[in-house]
Design a protein around this ligand. Structure first.
Ligand SMILES: Nc1ncnc2c1ncn2[C@@H]1O[C@H](COP(=O)(O)OP(=O)(O)O)[C@@H](O)[C@H]1O
Ligand SMILES: [Mg+2]
Length: 344
């Protein structure tokens, strides 16, 4: 580049900088392997590096043109929430947000362990380990609910593990794209989410509130304990009918080695009536989880990243299921995704 052109470039960059404009490609570069970490409704999540430091980040690259007004509102809510809630050790930390006329670039801390869905298909799971992971997620939800924030899309794919190292891996809650802030006693009748994780009241188009998250966490707990997503059928209508009407069956495969305390908690969380479903405080006080507070007590560091669990004892009954003997869980990803405008 000749000197005149170089000076012009520098002048343009200074001018842009003074106006607060920052170009994504000036600050970040896609990882050489360009790994796509996940595909969402409005774009991809890919791995990138901060230029200069080389630190890895995950970038949620969102195409604004694919969104209607309501969806844009949800996206902006996600970004604004991430700005204030990311100091919890089990909630994803926002690093930066950039925007141009066509895209948002939501830059997040990079988590190397993949989501809990994939993690479960790769790693050993037993009751104690399930308890440690789920306990951490429940603490994150307690934190959210204490601010009136309801996540509304808790599922295995939205819980990402910090590390591939089985001993170090900790869960973090991600994807606040459907989250809503509920003011005192407020209820919502918005209808969206992922069917398999949706409580009956949402499927029936009734009002919902924070108890909707308790149901979704009950489904997550069911899956990590038994490797099975309850109520799900190949037919969408049948799935909805099962969620609304079918009784939970603890005689099904997957439950036989699980403690009665764990079954009791799952049964309470999957109460079809949101009014009698327990609050997150009650869930955390359940006898199955009480001991977990001693097992999982990660230290919060400056960056909000916590230390891994140091122990990984066998299940209470001493049995561990090798991943090779576990049935891979099936994605249960049918979306309701009905926004007020009727579609997503
Ligand atoms: N910070 C991150 N580190 C690693 N992987 C991530 C991160 N954020 C998201 N992912 C992956 O990308 C997928 C989609 O991200 P998500 O925020 O859930 O987007 P969407 O709203 O489109 O579902 C996740 O299920 C996960 O596998
Ligand atoms: Mg998601």
């Amino acid at each position: 580049m000749d000197n005149g052109l170089k000076a012009l470039r520098q002048w343009i960059d200074k001018l842009r900088e003074s106006q607060g404009f920052r170009n994504f490609n000036d600050l970040y570069e896609k990882d050489a392997e360009s790994a796509v970490l996940g595909e969402g409704s409005f774009g991809k999540v890919f791995k990138a590096k901060i230029k200069g430091t080389g630190e890895f980040v995950a970038v949620k690259h969102i195409d604004k043109s694919a969104m209607d007004r309501f969806e844009m509102q949800l996206q902006i809510t996600e970004i604004e929430l991430l700005k204030v809630i990311g100091s919890h050790p089990h909630i994803i930390r926002l690093i930066d947000v950039l925007e141009d006329d066509k895209h948002f670039y939501v830059v997040l801390e990079y988590l190397d362990g993949r989501d809990l869905f994939e993690y479960m298909n790769r790693n050993f799971m037993n009751e104690l380990k399930a308890k440690k992971i789920i306990y951490s997620v429940f603490r994150a939800v307690k934190y959210l609910h204490s601010f009136g924030i309801v996540h509304r899309d808790i599922k295995l794919e939205n819980i990402v593990m910090t590390s591939r190292d089985n001993q170090q891996a900790l869960p973090k809650l991600i994807d606040f794209g459907l989250s809503k802030i509920f003011l005192t006693d407020e209820k919502s009748s918005d209808k969206f989410g992922t069917i398999a994780y949706c409580p009956p009241e949402i499927l029936l188009g009734r009002e919902h509130m924070s108890s909707a998250d308790i149901w979704s966490m009950g489904i997550c707990l069911h899956v990590v304990l038994t490797n099975r997503v309850p109520f799900v059928s190949l037919d969408k209508k049948q799935t909805v009918k099962n969620i609304v009407e079918q009784k939970l069956n603890f005689n099904q495969a997957g439950w036989y080695r699980i403690s009665n305390q764990a079954k009791d908690l799952v049964g309470r969380m999957l109460d079809k009536n949101p009014d009698t479903r327990p609050s997150i405080e009650t869930v955390l006080g359940h006898e199955w989880l009480l001991a977990a507070s001693q097992l999982a007590n990660p230290q919060v560091t400056k960056s909000g990243v916590s230390q891994g669990y140091t122990q990984d004892a066998a299940a209470p009954n001493g049995q561990t299921v090798p991943s090779s003997q576990q049935q891979p869980i099936q994605a249960a990803g049918q979306l309701i995704a009905v926004s007020p405008s009727g579609q997503r």
